[in-house]
Ligand binder design. Structure first.
Ligand code: FES
Length: 102
């Protein structure tokens, strides 16, 4: 099995039991999943994108995490934000503007 270079986690607010109902889902992260896949592909980034359960930083949501770098981003609410984050990832760098640092 070929493993991707990056694993992008996008919070979609799933709960252990029941439907997605948290902040990130309400702010529309579901709509961004395909955009992230397409943009990463266009940039030649080797990524897998996964939507997740609540990542427990709801007050900074919507949340996106990139591993193995352990880059945590908040306020991922627009395609322009994703573009800036992926621009940085092309350099294997953190986009400090949206980084969660505390
Ligand atoms: S719902 Fe996304 S971090 Fe909690």
């Amino acid at each position: 099995m070929k493993k991707p270079m990056y694993h992008i986690l996008v919070c979609n607010s799933y709960r252990v039991a029941g439907d997605a109902m948290g902040v990130c889902n309400k702010k529309g992260t579901s709509a961004f999943l395909q955009y992230i896949v397409d943009e990463a592909s266009d940039r030649g980034l080797d990524v897998t994108v996964t939507s997740t359960a609540c990542l427990n930083v709801c007050h900074q949501g919507p949340i996106m995490v990139i591993h193995p770098n352990n880059f945590w981003y908040g306020g991922v609410e627009a395609e322009s934000v994703i573009d800036e984050i992926l621009d940085a990832l092309e350099e294997d760098s953190l986009c400090e503007k949206y980084a969660i640092t505390d």
